[in-house]
Design a protein around this ligand. Structure first.
Ligand code: ATP
Length: 493
């Protein structure tokens, strides 16, 4: 109301001044400039008031909506007890828990955990990102840190809550080790100092208890001052999910989707070693999109299989290789698949010669369980499987192609793993003291031996290799059951 009266008076005054012949143009320009400055500084947040970047999560996320992170969830819940039982904490003279750091690879559910923590403790949730604090102008970041803490307190009071959680994603951007920034390091340091000051200022008897939850993929880059007791007291590791975790996440993301009877989420969980929760969510989503594209009412296992390929390797390509090239790719992939099946029965999920991303074809393996330790024999067998593609080309086509470049690189990496873990003929070695020539010699030896073995293996089963390549050329892909069939038929013949 007051705004409108003042505005009306100003307009009236301007008309009056014009009427008596006064030149109002300079005053008008001055007011315009002032308005613009006000808008840029306060409304756009150049000097710290960056309300636009704060958000409250919609649709409460709870810990039940997060799969495969039992350890992280339990550790986090344990830490949150300090916030829930604040009276008891005060009585016992325990200093308040001020910060929890979630560390782990991208897409593993760190943001989800922070949101669930807010719901679990009935707190206001204010989220931001490390990069939101960084501007070229000195003092802006520090002002923004003050602003977000104030915002968290004000929001809690407005919503009549006792606690507020501030979530800072990618905190490494703002809390890099001080003095490491090449440009504007004063600004970065001031911002971090302000965060430390705000955290140090959190008290047990504050009307609104504030807890800062930060997330990073690079805990090693954080300033040690941030990690000392009394600041980020707890570190919770949020790792890539294991097979059981992947199954839980797949179940969570398919609970609102119509699944066909043939869908075997356990098999998908088994095939997706190394995938994050975000990857798995994407698989469920892509499978539904594929079913929709085909006008199906239900999502079937085939859609899931294709979705895994898409998430792993990228969109299908439209390029059309020549017939000769298609047969070469079929022979190459049949080589990988047959070697894998003969060495580790039932290890191939499916093989295809459809181009995706950088791959002209690919063989997808189906690991029995997640493994983190390997024997020498296992690594040697894996080298054989990598070399089997080019060995098959040599056996059936009489020469090799550039299609095996990536396979060779993988074989070299595995050979290095054998050498560096002391499993090669060189015995236990010091990585730094090993000369390049000796390393090269040993890698070549390992690869020569394994190549010879896989050639012999494929040669003994040449007719299956040929049948598999022909079937691949005809049908573009083969699934596990068809591979077993091909091998069994040859035994009976
Ligand atoms: P970043 O480090 O890249 O910020 P993040 O660890 O914070 O990633 P989120 O943003 O929490 O990952 O997860 C992204 C999406 O992936 C979520 O919205 C959810 O759909 C899915 N997701 C990730 N992890 C899980 C999980 N453990 N359970 C269920 N869904 C998950």
């Amino acid at each position: 109301m007051i705004k409108e009266i003042v505005l009306g008076m100003l307009i009236g005054l301007s008309i009056f001044l014009v009427w008596i012949g006064y030149n109002v143009l300079p005053i008008f320009l001055l007011v315009l400039l002032g308005g613009l400055l006000y808008f840029t500084i306060f409304q756009k947040g150049l000097l710290g008031n960056f309300n636009a970047n704060l958000y409250k999560p919609s649709g409460g996320i709870s810990f039940e909506d997060i799969g495969g992170q039992d350890i992280a969830k339990n550790e986090l819940k344990e830490a949150l007890e300090f916030l829930i039982k604040s009276e008891k904490v005060k009585e016992m003279g325990i200093r308040p828990l001020k910060g929890i750091l979630l560390t782990g690879p991208p897409g593993t559910g760190k943001t989800l955990l922070a949101k669930a923590a807010a719901a679990y403790t009935d707190s206001v949730f204010v989220a931001t990102n490390g990069s939101e604090f960084i501007e070229m102008y000195a003092g802006v970041g520090a002002q923004r840190v003050r602003s977000i803490f104030k915002k968290a307190r004000d929001l809690a009071l407005a919503e009549k809550k006792n606690s507020s959680i501030i979530f800072i994603d990618e905190i490494d951007v703002l809390a890099n080790k001080r003095g490491t920034h090449k440009s504007s390091h004063m600004e970065y340091d001031q911002t971090l100092n302000q965060l430390l000051v705000e955290m140090d200022g959190i008290r047990n008897d504050d009307k609104v208890r504030i807890l800062v939850i930060a997330a990073t993929n690079r805990a090693d880059m954080l300033d040690p001052a941030l990690l000392r007791p009394g600041r980020f007291d707890r570190q919770v590791k949020v790792d890539l999910p294991d097979k059981k975790g992947r199954l839980e996440i797949l179940k969570l993301h398919t609970r609102n989707k119509p699944l066909d009877k043939d869908v075997d989420l356990e098999a998908i969980a088994g095939e997706t070693f190394g995938f994050s929760g975000a990857h798995l969510e994407s698989i469920a989503n892509e499978a539904a999109i594929l079913a929709l594209r085909e006008n199906r009412d239900k999502i079937s296992q085939r859609h899931f299989r294709e979705a895994v390929d898409k998430v792993m390797l990228g969109e299908k390509l439209n390029n059309k290789p020549s017939d000769e090239e298609i047969y070469r790719v079929a022979v190459h992939e049949a080589g990988h698949a047959l070697a894998s099946e003969l060495i580790f029965p039932n290890s191939v999920s499916h093989v295809t010669i459809t181009s995706r991303g950088n791959a002209l074809g690919y063989t997808r393996h189906n690991p029995k369980d997640d493994s983190y330790l390997y024997t020498k024999e296992y690594l040697e067998n894996q080298i054989q499987i990598f070399l089997a593609g080019s060995a098959a080309e040599q056996l059936l086509l009489g020469n090799k192609s550039t299609g095996a470049t990536n396979d060779f690189q993988q074989a070299v990496n595995l050979s290095k793993q054998i050498i560096y873990s002391g499993l090669s003929d060189l015995g236990v070695i010091s990585e730094e003291d090993l000369s390049k020539d000796v390393l090269h010699e040993e890698i070549s030896r390992i690869i020569r031996v394994e190549e010879e073995k896989v050639k012999k293996l494929l040669n003994r089963n040449l007719h299956i290799l040929k049948n598999m390549a022909d079937q691949l050329r005809r049908n573009e892909s083969i699934v596990a059951e068809e591979i077993s069939q091909l091998i069994n038929d040859s035994k009976c013949a």
